[in-house]
Design a binder for this molecule. Structure first.
Ligand code: HEM
Length: 404
């Protein structure tokens, strides 16, 4: 069987793509839950239980890049196995704990206000471009001590990294709305080098200073490790959260009754965010033959369901499928902002569980609280068609104009 045609069709309206993905996955969970995708020469899994198995068994299903992969994320913890993964991740775990992140709330609130206030008088805005894109970039840049006035450049750079790594070269270069010039990429690297240099001379209480003084096996991190950390946090921390915020609007636009429930009881926001994450996961989990974000490589021949996975073969997750698996979620098609428990896999599972989950959750919560307070009567502009993000890695909308 071939991949269905909708799979790589970024011209479909986002919710239509999502519906087709859900329907196809529901069939695959029954008929071929462990399926070999010949086009991408990789296995794709559909059932929740198999996702858990693969993500728990990191010795058999490695996160290191597949041998044929030219992976720019190779030095990132996302593409590492224990023991090095544990050593490096533990360096930054304290900075991303729920407790440390909670202390950022006033700053995130301030940035949200700065972004929203000038828009309030206008009575309309594009939620993605004017709120969901800049907010997470400014927050993570602040945490890294990286100048954030350049957030549009950081956004373009992220798009280029995600786009190059997921689509064919030709397609991605045509698609990028504003391709980065070599010169702009150099500017970003120079700024990164400058920030690292500066922090080396004048350490502060921030993540970068922590990394600069850290030792693993008695050695400081190499420059490659430092850059990889920096880029991982800058990239992983922005586009996914952007999509979560955009997807929240999409959910409430589709389910106005849920918005009314939230207005009546704003304390439901954190639980509602989990349901948004379950139903419209920002990570698409559809990448090609690559291991990055949710992909794994078998380190030995292994039986999964009734299929034999060979050593060296890639196994890809399908987050949407796992999140709608009826064996895990009662009435999975129902959007229920009170759903509890809600063990969705949108942040992954196991040792690579998203480091930034508390941060993404807090940003989304602050945005929702501000909306409930400042624009409770918002409406989506229905005449403007919504466009999908063109990436095999993330799922969401590129635009979402509202009026209030
Ligand atoms: C809604 C927003 C987000 C989603 C849906 C998301 C999703 C994910 C997923 C699925 C993984 C696991 C990948 C795997 O198992 O291969 C992951 C890992 C990771 N995420 Fe997130 N992420 C989000 C926000 C963030 C933020 C805000 C940050 C940081 C500032 C971040 C940093 C990371 C890092 C560093 C890893 C690698 C962890 C490791 O390998 O141990 N993420 N994320």
């Amino acid at each position: 069987m071939q991949l269905p045609s909708f799979f790589n069709d970024f011209t479909l309206p986002p919710l239509e793509w999502h519906q087709q993905m859900r329907e196809w996955s529901a069939t695959m969970r029954v008929t071929e839950p462990v399926w070999f995708d010949e086009q991408n020469e990789s296995w794709r899994i559909f059932r929740y239980a198999d996702h858990i198995r693969v993500q728990n068994d990191y010795a058999t299903f490695s996160s290191a890049p597949a041998p044929h992969e030219n992976n720019e994320a190779a030095n990132s913890i996302i593409a590492m196995d224990p023991p090095r993964h544990r050593q490096l991740r533990s360096l930054v775990t304290p900075a991303f704990s729920a407790r440390s992140i909670a202390q950022l709330a006033p700053r995130i609130e301030e940035i949200t206000q700065e972004l929203l206030q000038p828009l309030l008088v206008q009575g309309q805005m594009d939620v993605v471009a004017q709120l969901a894109v800049p907010l997470p970039i400014i927050v993570i840049a602040d945490m890294l001590g990286f100048p954030h006035e350049n957030w549009p450049l950081i956004k373009q750079w992220t798009d280029a990294l995600l786009s190059d790594s997921s689509l064919g070269q030709e397609e991605s270069s045509q698609d990028l709305e504003m391709p980065l010039t070599q010169e702009q990429v150099m500017i970003l690297y120079e700024k990164m080098a400058h920030t690292i240099d500066e922090r080396r001379r004048h350490p502060r209480q921030d993540i970068l200073s922590l990394l600069l003084t850290a030792e693993v096996d008695g050695e400081h991190l190499s420059d490659d490790d430092l850059y990889a950390f920096f880029i991982t946090l800058l990239v992983a921390g922005n586009v996914t959260t952007t999509q979560l915020i955009g997807n929240a609007f999409l959910c409430f636009d589709q389910h106005p009754d849920a918005w009314q429930q939230l207005r009546q009881d704003p304390s439901l926001a954190p639980v509602a965010i989990e349901e948004i994450l379950r139903c419209l996961p920002p990570n698409r989990g559809t990448g090609g033959a690559r291991t990055i974000i949710g992909g794994r490589v078998a380190t030995t021949d292994v039986q999964l369901g009734d299929q034999l996975i060979r050593k060296g073969q890639v196994v890809k997750v399908t987050t949407i499928s796992a999140n709608f698996d009826e064996a895990q979620f009662p009435d999975p098609l129902r959007f229920d902002i009170r759903r509890n428990p809600n063990r969705h896999l949108s942040f992954g599972h196991g040792i690579h569980f998203c480091l930034g989950a508390p941060l993404a959750r807090l940003e989304a919560k602050i945005v929702l609280e501000n909306l409930l307070r400042l624009l409770p009567e918002w409406r989506r502009y229905k005449d403007v068609p919504l466009r999908q993000v063109r990436s095999n890695i993330v799922f969401g909308v590129r635009n979402l104009p509202i009026t209030f």
